[in-house]
Ligand binder design. Structure first.
Ligand SMILES: [Fe+2]
Length: 389
């Protein structure tokens, strides 16, 4: 009997210790992932990260190596607080300049109307970034697509890309298979990006059709930052005017797979109206190069409504806007499609993926008045090239 009580007592004590360890305020506040850089421009940079507990956050930064300034985010007069996803946009920066920064978060233990109790503060390591610059004559960027949560392939391709420097990374859709919850976004997008480049080089998310699927798909904008908070936008870097489009789903909105929750025809119409204005902007007309990134490549498929829809709606506008290059994915078969007169006056580079022997990383160098594209397969072999005249 005594032995039974002793054992039960020990078990109870151990259980209590486990519970206390789980809720103890002494448990260190930690950064789950990040920082990762988003939405770059010549004068601003957005820094994002995630903590394991609710915090208020800021970024310490400065030109060169200094950290003598502080940026934080506020909306409607209120500084962001009591959240785990942190987004701070540093503004007033100079184009083409290097800055040092580090992220800081302070835990909020109690949030009452007239008293907020703070807990621990955590700070990240010091990293650097460079703002974009319209005056630069040469830039380089890389493109990954259709990884479909193959973290091993993400690593392989990023290691191949690391052979030469690059300014930007485009995730050209279907990096995820569908979106169920936050850990999926962290494990297969944010953490690999942070690990390989995103603490110092921004990534640009181009949504693929698989990222429209799953119950958490509507939350994806909470984890990325884009101009205007949309999935279609334009921005400039060096000689390139980038146009990012969201091709939506591949099947008809009424398909049973979407359970009555898809509205992509109207969404593509909305983007058509935007694109009509976009190709007339000075930035688009005057740029030495115009490059489109869109997940689904346009062609007449006759089987896939979404692909046909963007082929009919956007292709005439891309021709009119004198697009120099389109980069896509989606088909899982890498290809270089040369311009075809009166159909598309620009080449279409299609990245492959996601399996071994099928996945690719695309590199574009825009320099000396030329575009040079190389597409490298996961085994290191170059399987596609394009050079502008
Ligand atoms: Fe796709």
């Amino acid at each position: 009997m005594n032995r039974f009580v002793d054992k039960t007592g020990i078990r109870y004590f151990a259980f209590l210790l486990i519970i206390l360890a789980g809720v103890s305020p002494c448990r260190a506040l930690s950064i789950v992932t990040g920082p990762y850089l988003q939405n770059p421009s010549g004068t601003s940079m957005t820094v994002m990260w995630i903590t394991d507990r609710k915090c208020t956050s800021w970024v310490e930064y400065g030109a060169g190596d200094s950290l003598d300034q502080r940026a934080f985010n506020s909306r409607h007069g209120l500084i962001d607080a009591d959240q785990t996803i942190h987004r701070v946009t540093i503004e007033g920066l100079s184009p083409g300049k290097k800055y040092a920064y580090r992220i800081c978060s302070k835990e909020i233990l109690k949030f009452e109307p007239y008293k907020v109790a703070y807990g621990q503060t955590v700070a990240g390591d010091v990293h650097t970034f460079k703002t974009l610059c319209g005056n630069r004559e040469s830039i380089s960027f890389i493109v990954l697509n259709d990884i479909h949560e193959r973290d091993d392939m993400f690593e392989t391709l990023m290691k191949l890309a690391a052979a030469d420097p690059y300014d930007l990374v485009f995730l050209n859709g279907d990096i995820l298979g569908h979106i169920e919850d936050e850990p999926q976004i962290i494990d297969h997008v944010l953490r690999p990006c942070f690990e390989f480049f995103a603490r110092e080089i921004p990534f640009v998310y181009v949504r693929g059709n698989h990222e429209t699927r799953g119950k958490f798909a509507r939350m994806l904008p909470d984890y990325v930052t884009t101009p205007g908070g949309r999935y279609y936008y334009s921005f400039d870097h060096g000689p390139v005017h980038f146009i990012v489009m969201d091709s939506g789903e591949d099947k008809d909105d009424t398909s049973k797979e979407y359970s009555g929750l898809a509205d992509f025809d109207r969404y593509r119409d909305e983007q058509t109206m935007w694109l009509e204005r976009e190709i007339r902007t000075k930035a688009s007309r005057k740029a030495p190069f115009r490059i489109v990134l869109v997940h689904m490549p346009h062609r007449q498929s006759k089987d896939w409504h979404g692909i046909d829809d963007l082929y009919n709606k956007w292709r005439p506008l891309f021709n009119k806007g004198k697009i120099d290059l389109m980069i896509s994915g989606h088909t899982h078969r890498y290809a270089v499609v040369e311009p075809e007169e009166k159909v598309h006056n620009y080449p279409v580079i299609i990245g492959g993926g996601p399996g071994v022997g099928e996945a690719t990383v695309i590199r574009v160098n825009a320099e000396h008045g030329k575009l040079e594209v190389t597409m490298t397969r996961d085994d290191g072999e170059i399987v596609g090239r394009y050079e502008s005249d």
